[in-house]
Design a protein around this ligand. Structure first.
Ligand code: HEM
Length: 379
């Protein structure tokens, strides 16, 4: 009896919510789509797709069914899923779309500075950009890169070092994106011998032009052009940040549809990164597609986001990644212990077995120690 009453009460609540929503929103021309089960919406199905790394198919199925602008419900909020470069431009540059985060969103995206807005945001960004100047970045990059290599190559035990060093930044989460990039470069290069050979040639040339006690300079990092293309290709195929949420600060319109105040707007990076209209044969790992950056349509490649809230750590992560790859490819060769190891999005992409590798010396360092080897200074 009690169960029947409970089920009837729940049904009445669902019907009430549906009618209330319908009455409230019937003045708007809402995008097509559905909110799924009341309250829960599409949350579990999206989370499941992230965990099983099938989110790209998940988005594409919705886009095929409803088109590039569709409504759904995620983490208890009505949300508009946007797809395509024009939609990315809209989400990253429209001033009425703000980056607010509910507790649920924070736990999904795991970033704290993204909760700031307005003057507070401007102050923090300008302080950060000042802090991340080359002369500040290089000594930190040296220490953090060693820590990132340690945790990528040697695993969890070394993670403590990373945590300690990352505290320098007061920006937990920032080093996780760079270590995801380095992790997936290691994974790609193990399966792409031609790309590894080209990177090795580039890095050997840089190493061979230096004395044994010489350290990497900014000039060296800027000569790592092919290696950076391989990094960008890694960011395209496995972006460390899977997408961006914004909240409509007022009623706005996009492509003839209304987005009511308070609704969330969401764009996933894979939607354009893996679209054959913008990247030919999109699942192929091919750094050469970045030979001509102007051939890539604006707002279709956005690993660092875009507009006023674009990642201020882009240069920092480039230096970290290039320094890490320099010492890895010149000194080591590696094999994946599980060649077909898959990964989940948690939401940061994470190999399911932690990407164990068999590592062997290619060319042991001739310099005194690894700390020296990782010392870089502005040239
Ligand atoms: C490969 C490495 C990295 C990737 C792929 C990455 C990606 C991103 C993306 C996509 C956003 C924008 C999110 C949005 O608009 O919704 C972002 C924001 C941010 N990133 Fe990064 N990031 C990386 C490394 C770093 C590093 C090393 C730092 C700091 C040293 C950093 C600091 C930040 C900060 C502070 C923001 C917030 C900016 C704002 O809201 O105004 N990131 N990052």
């Amino acid at each position: 009896m009690a169960l029947i009453v409970l089920v009837a009460a729940l049904l009445a609540l669902f019907v009430h919510l549906i009618i209330k929503n319908h009455r409230f929103y019937c003045i708007y021309n809402l995008p097509p789509g559905d909110f799924g089960i009341p309250v829960v919406g599409q949350t579990f199905s999206l989370l499941h797709s992230l965990r099983s790394n099938t989110d790209d198919q998940w988005f594409r199925t919705r886009i095929k069914k409803y088109g590039p602008v569709s409504k759904m419900s995620v983490l208890g909020s009505p949300t508009v899923l946007l797809a395509g470069p024009a939609a990315n431009h809209f989400i990253f540059t429209n001033e009425s779309l703000v980056l607010t985060q509910t507790r649920a969103l924070r736990s999904l995206l795991g970033r704290s500075i993204l909760t700031l807005n307005g003057d507070e945001l401007k102050q923090v960004r300008s302080a950060l950009q000042g802090y991340l100047r080359p002369e500040m970045v290089l000594p930190m990059a040296r220490r953090l890169t060693l820590a990132v290599i340690c945790s990528v190559v040697f695993g969890q035990e070394a993670a403590t070092i990373v945590e300690t060093l990352a505290a320098d930044f007061q920006l937990l989460g920032a080093h996780g994106t760079t270590s995801a990039l380095i992790t997936f470069m290691i994974r790609h290069l193990a399966n792409e011998p031609d790309v590894l050979t080209k990177i090795t040639e580039e890095q050997d040339e840089i190493a061979d032009n230096k004395g044994t006690a010489d350290v990497l300079t900014w000039e060296d990092v800027s000569r790592m052009k092919y290696t950076w293309k391989a990094a960008m290709e890694t960011l395209r195929t496995v972006p460390p940040v899977f997408g961006s949420f914004r909240t409509a600060a007022k009623d706005i319109k996009y492509q003839g549809y209304d987005i009511p105040k308070g609704w969330k707007v969401f764009a996933a990076q894979s939607i354009t990164h893996l679209d054959s209209r913008f990247f030919n044969d999109p699942t192929k790992f091919d750094p050469a597609r970045f030979d001509n950056r102007s051939s890539i349509p604006p707002y279709s490649f956005l690993p660092f986001g875009g507009g006023p809230r674009m990642c201020p750590g882009t240069e920092f992560s480039r230096v970290e990644t290039m320094v890490a790859m320099h010492y890895l490819v010149t000194q080591f060769r590696w094999k994946l212990c599980f060649k077909e190891e898959t990964y989940k999005k948690d939401p940061k992409p994470t190999p399911v077995f932690g990407l164990p590798v068999e590592l062997e010396w290619r060319r042991p360092p001739s310099t005194a120690d690894a700390w020296n080897a990782l010392y870089i200074h502005s040239g």
